[in-house]
Design a binder for this molecule. Sequence first.
Ligand code: FE
Length: 141
Amino acid sequence: MNDDLKQKPESYWKEKLDPERYNVLRQAGTEQPFTGDLLNNHDKGMYVCGACGQELFSSDTKFESGSGWPSFTDPVNREHVDLIEDSTHGMTRTEVVCKRCGSHLGHVFPDGPKQMPDGKPASGQRFCINSASLDFKKSEK
Ligand code: FE
């Protein structure tokens, strides 16, 4: 894939994405909590950008936050996401965006777990990501 995805006109995304995905990914919409099809996915694999396919979050970092959105402690690669201060909706939050294509993913909050269920240390961050912003690539085997 080429790297000029940020230069694509909105019409490119509007044609490529279904209306719900377009609303979340390209218009920074938020899906209704507890509705996303990846919320309760426990398979091993990689969550990738629903717009461009960039690898974003490993299943190893997914945890049960109770928020109603898929939640992760870390991106698979810090260089694959951009973090942007977001003061819309009367709150100051940090928006998480796909660095390759600029699409909206969700927000990150500092109230994540310090430890994973298997005892491994965790970042303490909660990447709260719309299911509609993601595709899942299940690990082979
Ligand atoms: Fe992307």
